[in-house]
Design a protein around this ligand. Sequence first.
Ligand SMILES: NC(=O)c1ccc[n+]([C@@H]2O[C@H](COP(=O)([O-])OP(=O)(O)OC[C@H]3O[C@@H](n4cnc5c(N)ncnc54)[C@H](OP(=O)(O)O)[C@@H]3O)[C@@H](O)[C@H]2O)c1
Length: 286
Amino acid sequence: MKYREFARTGFKSSVIGMGTYYDFGWILTASLFRKRLNEQGILKSLNTGLDSGINLVDTAEIYASEPIVAKAIKGRDRESIFIATKAFPTHYRREKLIRACEKSLRRLNASYIDLYQLHIPSRRVPIAETMGAMEELVDRGLIRHIGISNFSMSGMLEAEKSLKKYKLTSTQMNYNLSHRQVEKEILPHCEENGIALLAYYPLGHGKLAGNSDGSNTVVMDIARKHGLKSSAQVALTYLLSRSESVFPIPRARTPEHVAENAQLGESSFDKDEISKLQSAFPSADA
Ligand SMILES: NC(=O)c1ccc[n+]([C@@H]2O[C@H](COP(=O)([O-])OP(=O)(O)OC[C@H]3O[C@@H](n4cnc5c(N)ncnc54)[C@H](OP(=O)(O)O)[C@@H]3O)[C@@H](O)[C@H]2O)c1
């Protein structure tokens, strides 16, 4: 596994992280019946990742996965793991955000959150109020860094302007080979300003991991050349090759997948390979 400083935090993060969103049905069962399906399997996957050197874990208050993350990090050196979680817009008012953060901390069984992100923009709560509360949380030592997710370019600029004491550390966006809109404005802005871009759906929610049967010759040629095992490894390496600001967070549910993802970081594609992949995967949104 390769490590890079996560934005300007001083934390050396694995270039690949682990996502912990397990679909709507899973969340519903966990929230309504307190039953986390396949909890042991998920725990094994997270432990596989942590044992293999992945030290970046993404969760959210609405994923219902914070308690599993708590179990995975128990007994490990807390300072060596970067935990990113998210607040939902229903909690963007100052007092609600503080309460939501305290609840996430309890579920994570942690004294601080490394990266607290606003899950999606709110149409109701002014960003200045939410960012003010975020800065208070940093001052109180409950969170270390502030992030956003699913914000447009203009929303991101507004979020940055609303921060008076601290800089925005990251944004989290849908970014993969078939969905490359962020490459236009958001990624260059991140690079210029030392902001990390957490790439969610890095495997297109699994779609980009499904053609290792040789159906896409461009992918398989590039995989062979770089000694990569699968189309999933090619899709993730594409993101890592595009920019040092990008940290893909594929979902961690199957230990074998996590182990495979943890091997990445050494290969990088050149311009020609990047453009061949871009032609093979016309971006749905570019
Ligand atoms: N900010 C947001 O609004 C937002 C929205 C969605 C997701 N996210 C975050 O992003 C994370 C990733 O998104 P996602 O889980 O929906 O999509 P994804 O990571 O693009 O795709 C997940 C799928 O890829 C499979 N997979 C993972 N590694 C693989 C490998 N090496 N080979 C073959 N298949 C592999 C997974 O299977 P297994 O599960 O069996 O391993 C799963 O079916 C989430 O877990 C969450 O933390 C954020």
